[in-house]
Design a protein around this ligand. Sequence first.
Ligand SMILES: C/C=C/C(=O)SCCNC(=O)CCNC(=O)[C@H](O)C(C)(C)COP(=O)(O)OP(=O)(O)OC[C@H]1O[C@@H](n2cnc3c(N)ncnc32)[C@H](O)[C@@H]1OP(=O)(O)O
Length: 259
Amino acid sequence: MASGTIKIDVDGHVATLTISRPEKLNALDLDMLKALADAADQVEANANVRAAILTGEGKGFSAGGDIKAWGGMLPQEFGHLWVRHGHRIFERLATLRMPLIAALNGHALGGGLELAGVADIRLAEQHIKIGLPETGLGMVPGWSGTQRLVRRFGAQAVRRMALGGEIFTAEEARLLGIVDAVVPTGNALTAAREYAGRIAARGPAATEIAKLMIASANGEDNGTAVEALGSILAAKTGDLKEGVASFSEKRPATFKGEW
Ligand SMILES: C/C=C/C(=O)SCCNC(=O)CCNC(=O)[C@H](O)C(C)(C)COP(=O)(O)OP(=O)(O)OC[C@H]1O[C@@H](n2cnc3c(N)ncnc32)[C@H](O)[C@@H]1OP(=O)(O)O
C-alpha cells in the first residue's frame, strides 16, 4: 500500500497539488516521489491550467526525505533509487510548463526545502522552519540542495543551512531571498491562490516562454529551454507542414522558407 498521496484539485486555471502524508509531516519516500511525478504529468496534460500550487496537508509542508526508508539501502541503491530518481522527479516539477507556487504551510526541511526550491514563487507562513539538516544525520543534501538551491538562493545561504546547520525562520528566509513573502499562520494557501490568480490572468503563452527564458538565463537548463523554444517556433512554420506532407505523400519537399 502506498505511504501517502498527492491530492490534485483544479479550480478554473489553477491546480493545487497537496502532499498528503500528514502523520509523517509529509516526509517523502519512493511512493511519494512517484505520486509527485504522476501529479506533474496530470497537471501538465490539462491545457486549461495556467498556474499550479504545491502545498502540504496538516502541519507540515514536508520534513524531507523519509529517513526511515534509508534503512537497509545499499550505497548504490541510495545513489540510484533515491538520489538520481529524486533528481529526475524534482527536475520534472521544476520544468512544469506553468509557474509553480510553493505554499509553505509548515516546516520545509531537507528534501522538503529542495522540493520548495523547484517552485517559481515561495510563500511561507510566519511560524515555519526552513533548513537543510542532512549533515547532522551524516548525509548530504541530495535532491539538488547543493545545486539548484545554490543557483536560486545563493551559495552563502545554502552554506549556512547545509554546513552550519542553521534553521531559519520564515522572516530570516525572506531576508535571504529563500522565500518571497511571509504570511500569517494559516494563510499560505489563500495567499498562493491569490498569486496564482494574478499569474493566470496574464498571457499564458508569454508566461510559459518567459519561464523557459529565465531558467536558461539562470543556467538551470543545460540548453533544453532554447531547444524547447526553438521547437515551438519551428512547429509554427509552413516549412514543417510541407515537410510532413512531403513525407506522407512520398515526394521530395519543396520548402518556401515560410516562418
Ligand atoms: C535527499 C533528501 C534527504 C532528506 O531530506 S533528509 C531529512 C531531512 N529532514 C530532517 O532531518 C527533519 C526530520 N524531522 C524533524 O526534525 C522533526 O520531525 C521536526 C522538527 C520537522 C518536527 O518535529 P515535531 O513537530 O516534534 O514532530 P515529530 O514527532 O518529530 O514528527 C511527526 C512524525 O513524523 C515523522 N517524521 C518527521 N520527519 C521525518 C522524516 N524526515 N522522515 C521520516 N519520518 C519523519 C516522525 O518520525 C514522527 O513519526 P512517528 O510519530 O511515527 O514517530
